[in-house]
Structures are given as C-alpha cells and as structure tokens.
Design a protein around this ligand. Structure first.
Ligand SMILES: Cc1cc2nc3c(=O)[nH]c(=O)nc-3n(C[C@H](O)[C@H](O)[C@H](O)COP(=O)(O)O)c2cc1C
Length: 218
C-alpha cells in the first residue's frame, strides 16, 4: 500500500481503459469534437521518450485527395502482404485491416528528421525513437478509449511512398496511420481473435525468471 496510489475508482478507470481499448476499423461518420482531439494529442505528447527526444510529429489529413491516395497505398500493401502470407493470404484478404475511407479523423505519426543528434539511450538501440513514439500512440489510444473514441493503427504501407506524399524530409519516417472516430460499439475482443486469426497468449507463457526459458508455445 502506498499513499501515492490513486483512488479505487480512478484505478478502475485506468485498468478499464487498458482492458477495453481495441484496435478499431469501423467508424461512424460523426465528427470528433476539436476539444476532444486536443486532449488526445496532449495525452500523446505527455508520453515518455528516450533522452526526452519527443520524436513524434502528428500530421492531420484533411485533404480528401490525400486520403484517397493513402487508401490506394494501403490497398497496395494489403495485396503484397496477402501474397507474402502464402496459404493464409486469402484469409487475410477477408479481414478488415483499416478504416481509412470512413474515419472522420485521419492522422499520420512521423518520426522526425535529424534523429541522429539524439544519442542518449539510442547509441546501441536507435529504434528507441520508434519505441518512444509508440508510447505516445498508446497514450492517445487509451485516452481515446476513455473518451469513447475508437482508434485503429494502420501500418500496412510503404513508408517511403507515404513520406513522399506528405512532403516529409528524407530522414523522417512515418510509422502509423491513425484512424479515429466515434464507433457503434467497441469490439469485445481483439478483432483478429474474433475472426480466428490468432489468440492472446497465456500470461504465464510470456513471463520468465532470470534466464530465457524454452517453455514458450508459439
Ligand atoms: C504497431 C502496430 C501496428 C498495427 N498495424 C495494424 C494494421 O496495419 N492493420 C490492422 O488491422 N491492425 C493493426 N494493428 C492492430 C493489431 O492488429 C491489434 O492491436 C491486435 O490484433 C490486438 O487487438 P487489440 O488492439 O484490439 O487489442 C497494429 C497494432 C500495432 C501495435
């Protein structure tokens, strides 16, 4: 027990947001109020980051032509992914893997340019910039769930092509297309679980002590 603990109701809210956050791919057309969107971005910007580098940049896509181009980009990668999946390719093509066409709020998260200046915590692991931006995205995702707003993270795209579309610097890197909006209902389970694509691993199979354990069931 610690005096720093949140109240029972507050703790319940935190754990509920974590448990009921879902990757959403179905959205209602109703707009997201700007003040809600601001709160979500503030939550994202409060994320931890390696060496405090804050590598995230958020680009709102309001241009309809750009959105159409992004739909085509993701569709191209969806087909490439299906081909790479061999015997599961057809099953993959039946999954809904994005809601870009219909979501009222469309954003791209880009790792900023000139990141090599940040060495603190990244000298041996430069990908900690991506880890930091992922923390920001997760903050946004959880805050969105608490606000009743659904979000989907789409990574099915060629980053070089998306970068060119967004006129982003050569050394920047888009890592996420985020679809946000109101939803009819939140999926009760991860959609990939509902569709039989995969299931959550047992917690005990992913926690080990001292040494790498061979008990993992793939
Ligand atoms: C880094 C990252 C990239 C993802 N990219 C996609 C994607 O391109 N398309 C998609 O349908 N889901 C994507 N997802 C969502 C996952 O499929 C989803 O998180 C997982 O199935 C568990 O479901 P849940 O988020 O509802 O718990 C992505 C998730 C993460 C964390």
């Amino acid at each position: 027990m610690t005096k720093h603990r949140f109240s029972a109701t507050e703790r319940e809210g935190v754990y509920r947001a974590i448990a009921e956050r879902r990757d959403m791919r179905h959205f209602l057309p109703d707009p997201v109020a700007p003040e809600i969107m601001s709160r979500l971005l503030e939550a994202a910007h409060m994320a931890p980051s390696v060496g405090y580098m804050q590598p995230w940049r958020f680009i709102r896509i309001s241009d309809a032509k750009l959105r159409v181009a992004m739909v085509a980009l993701v569709e191209e990668e969806r087909r490439e992914t299906a081909a790479a999946l061999d015997e599961r390719g057809e099953e993959f093509m039946r999954l809904k893997v994005e809601g870009i066409r219909e979501c009222p709020e469309l954003w791209v998260v880009v790792l900023t340019d000139r990141r090599e200046r940040y060495v603190f915590g990244r000298r041996t692991m430069p990908s900690m910039d991506m880890a930091s931006a992922s923390c920001a995205i997760q903050n946004l995702w959880l805050a969105a769930r608490a606000e009743g707003i659904g979000m989907g993270w789409v990574s099915l795209f060629d980053p070089a092509k998306l970068k060119a579309m967004l006129k982003a610097p050569a050394d920047s890197d888009p890592i996420a297309i985020l679809c946000l909006g109101h939803v009819e209902e939140f999926y009760r389970q991860p959609m990939l679980e509902q569709k039989g694509w995969d299931k959550r691993k047992e917690l005990t199979t992913v926690i080990w002590e001292n040494y790498w354990s061979a008990n993992e069931i793939s």
